[in-house]
Design a protein around this ligand. Structure first.
Ligand SMILES: Cc1ncc(COP(=O)(O)O)c(C=O)c1O
Length: 489
């Protein structure tokens, strides 16, 4: 009775599978809107969703596909030239095809008997990536759900390695010792908020995070880092990790990794590099040198759902010395009994925070095979070129002020009204929202030194210079229109 509901060998199920895949593909090809967003607000969207999630009997396919069409047409179109808000990429077609296989095969990476060849694919992929990052033999890693999880893993292992070496304290077994109240993490003023989030979840508290000053290009100042480390020693605090950023979210700035690595080494502190955004530069022929020093990291986050054009989720956590994974190792009789170790049966669950886990390495493998190194490099370079184009266009518009442009693929700027005495922060906030509500553009926003700014994050290498210039002009034009009716004071 249920035969055709599953992808099994029966002819009926194969036909249904082909039909469903074809219909979904056709729907995506035919009804992706030609704007970046429909502009509908949350209450209108909510009214579009039928609260009945589980009808008593199967609904007619036509009716279901009509509802799916509503969801597709009210989604942000990530490949539209005017979608440029976040580190949110249009996915590669090869990766979309691989996603279908990942889901259909439904391998689970937590044990060899659920993912035999998938285990080898991921192992080989991670080994290859550690070598690309310049790590010596003896490194390893795991695929994760995103930069948040990768950064968390870096700080978790840094915390436990520190407690073990300094106090012979097994944190996994005993929790935190009283000395943990003195432990500190250092990162730059513009490092990602997941540093605080991780510190909170690790029982250290957000107060354990010390933000270090950046220079005019939003890169951590090594001198300030040195002072902060000295200061901590004087106060009997325990700095155990430095998080350097390779590609800050708003500015794309890359911290001086070599200098920071030298300071971390001499202070005996773990260096985690958050390269969630900038990690793709490893594969850029023109910009690889910006990551000089990355190979000195103890651990590394690289997101593939950013500048590698993978569907969410796709990220990696890399570890210079694979032995540190032992700090989080657990055995379960049903899954990875210790006997398996002796028998040489691999299990990836011991390197992961998760148990059941997707075979995401497959989409990376298929994408990289189909793309090749040269094309990947050209795509990365093109996004940086596009950001330069956007920054130059901003620079030519008298009503726009460039705050920071094109360290990587972002541009931060603001609309400056010609009339004096207007609330510039308020105007920029409303300008971004107006473009969103009108369905004209999905652009980013952030605050820089108290100033409300607009942000373009160029993630689509298929966008032309002319399209990027047109987007900047649309923003400026709407700023002007808004200014006309804007009250003084
Ligand atoms: C620098 C940086 N680190 C970490 C993260 C978190 O990554 P994710 O959203 O994949 O969890 C982001 C997200 O944009 C980021 O820009």
């Amino acid at each position: 009775m249920f035969e055709s509901d599953f992808l099994i060998t029966a002819p009926a199920s194969k036909d249904l599978y082909r039909e469903l895949m074809a219909r979904v593909t056709e729907l995506l090809c035919s009804c992706l809107p030609d704007h970046s967003y429909s502009g509908k607000n949350p209450s209108v969207l909510s009214a579009l969703i039928d609260p009945e999630f589980l009808p008593d009997a199967s609904a007619a396919p036509e009716a279901v596909f009509d509802k799916l069409r509503v969801i597709v047409s009210n989604s942000v179109v990530v490949s539209h030239p005017n979608t440029a808000a976040h580190l949110h990429c249009p996915p590669l077609l090869a990766a979309l095809a691989a996603e279908a296989a990942i889901s259909a095969l439904n391998q689970s990476m937590d044990s060899f008997d659920q993912a035999p060849i998938a285990t080898s694919v991921e192992q080989k992929f991670v080994q290859w990536l550690t070598a690309e990052a310049g790590f010596p033999a003896g490194g390893n890693g795991t695929l994760t759900a995103g930069g948040t999880q990768s950064n968390y893993m870096g700080l978790l292992l840094a915390r436990d390695a520190f407690l073990k070496s300094r106090f012979q304290w097994p944190a996994q077994k005993r929790g935190l010792p009283p000395e943990a109240a003195r432990m500190r993490v250092l990162c730059s003023e513009v490092a990602h908020f997941t540093v605080e989030k991780s510190a909170a979840q690790l029982g250290l508290g957000t107060d354990a995070v010390v933000r270090v000053a950046v220079d005019d290009e939003f890169r951590m100042q090594p001198e300030s880092l040195r002072t902060a480390l000295d200061d901590m020693r004087d106060k009997n605090l325990l700095p155990f990790a430095i998080v350097a950023t390779a590609g800050s979210t708003d500015f794309g700035s890359v911290d001086p990794l070599q200098d920071i690595a030298a300071l971390a080494r001499s202070a005996g502190v773990w260096l985690h590099v958050d390269a969630a955004y900038g990690g793709s530069l490893l594969f850029s022929q023109s910009h690889r040198d910006k990551l000089e020093g990355i190979a000195s990291a103890d651990s590394l986050s690289i997101d593939f759902h950013k500048l590698f054009w993978q569907p969410i989720p796709a990220s990696a956590f890399l570890l210079r010395d694979a032995r540190h994974f032992e700090l989080i190792e657990q055995h379960a009789d049903y899954l990875n009994p210790e006997a398996h170790e002796e028998q040489g049966i691999p299990n990836l669950v011991k390197n992961s925070l998760l148990t059941t886990r997707r075979f995401d390495a497959l989409k990376l493998w298929l994408s990289f095979q189909m793309l090749g190194r040269q094309k990947l490099s050209a795509m990365i370079d093109r996004t940086i070129e596009l950001a330069l184009c956007a920054a130059n266009t901003v620079g030519r518009r008298p009503e726009l002020q460039l705050i920071h442009g094109a360290s990587l693929s972002t541009v931060v700027f603001r609309y400056i009204p010609s009339r004096q005495g207007l609330d510039v922060n308020g105007l920029n906030t409303v300008l971004r929202q107006r473009l969103f509500d009108l369905g004209l553009a999905v652009i980013g926003h952030t605050r820089v030194r108290g100033q409300q700014c607009l942000k373009l994050t160029c993630m689509n290498p298929a966008v032309s210079d002319a399209q990027m210039e047109a987007l900047v002009c649309t923003i400026a034009e709407h700023g002007r229109q808004l200014e006309v009716g804007w009250p003084l004071g």
